[in-house]
Write a protein that binds this ligand. Structure first.
Ligand code: 5GP
Length: 219
């Protein structure tokens, strides 16, 4: 039987603050694909599932893609302070339920948020030091429109509104820590993973460092 890997001493002493990893983009720029891939390959991060009042699209699953709720329920959740952040996006309300995020952080996980610039801004106001914000741009507006039409899930009218909305979303690019252009999904995904790995290593997230360095210096 293979022996258990030997732990280096610092691995048991250093633990890390969980981070709030926000990915935003105009719809169709590839954010959801990248978020899904990240959840599949990275054991340490969990997806925050938002609540929304928008109708379910074909192929979506309640509780996996969103918690689909009616407006009355959403308003009740707002009144009960159940959301970490919430916003109007298009004609609907979207919000991040607070309790699951707190539970994931408590378990020592990082949390991934697929939310818009308003949500990114609100999370940043509440927990600036723990938030990492990535904005993903399409390579061109033509390509964005092609991708939206290719999805086949929205009417022409909805697509036109999403294109208009994309222009205003893109205007918020400077509210993010990183801005990536998704001209190749694998390359963009690799960049997202690189950012996540590096951000995890930042000094202020290594909670045991003070004690560890003191011990090192004592010899
Ligand atoms: P869709 O309807 O295409 O799933 O999402 C529309 C937009 O709402 C996307 O930009 C998505 O990131 C954003 N969104 C989804 N959930 C939330 C949320 O909980 N809060 C905020 N602020 N935006 C969200």
């Amino acid at each position: 039987m293979p022996s258990a890997p030997r732990r280096r001493p610092h691995e048991t002493e250093l633990h890390r603050r969980g981070l709030l990893f926000v990915i935003s983009s105009p719809s169709g720029a590839g954010k959801s694909t990248i978020a899904r891939k990240l959840i599949e390959v990275d054991e340490q991060i969990r997806l925050s599932v938002s609540a929304t009042t928008r109708p379910m699209r074909p192929g979506e699953v309640d509780g996996r893609d969103y918690h689909f709720v009616d407006t009355a329920k959403f308003k009740e959740m707002v009144a009960d302070d159940d959301f970490l952040e919430w916003a109007h996006v298009f004609d609907h309300r979207y919000g991040t339920p607070r309790a699951p995020v707190e539970a994931m952080l408590h378990e020592g996980r990082d949390v991934l948020f697929d939310i818009d610039w308003q949500g990114a801004q609100q999370l940043y106001q509440q927990a600036a030091g723990d938030v990492v914000r990535i904005f993903i741009l399409p390579p061109s507006m033509e390509e964005l429109e092609r991708r939206l039409r290719g999805r086949g899930t929205d009417s022409a009218e909805v697509i036109d509104r999403r294109m208009e909305r994309a222009v205003s979303e893109i205007g918020h690019w400077d509210g993010y820590d990183y801005v990536l252009v998704n001209d190749d999904v694998e390359r963009c995904f690799a960049q997202v993973r690189l950012i996540l790995r590096s951000e995890r290593l930042r000094r202020h997230r290594q909670l045991g460092l003070i004690g560890f360095t003191r011990k090192l210096m004592r010899g």
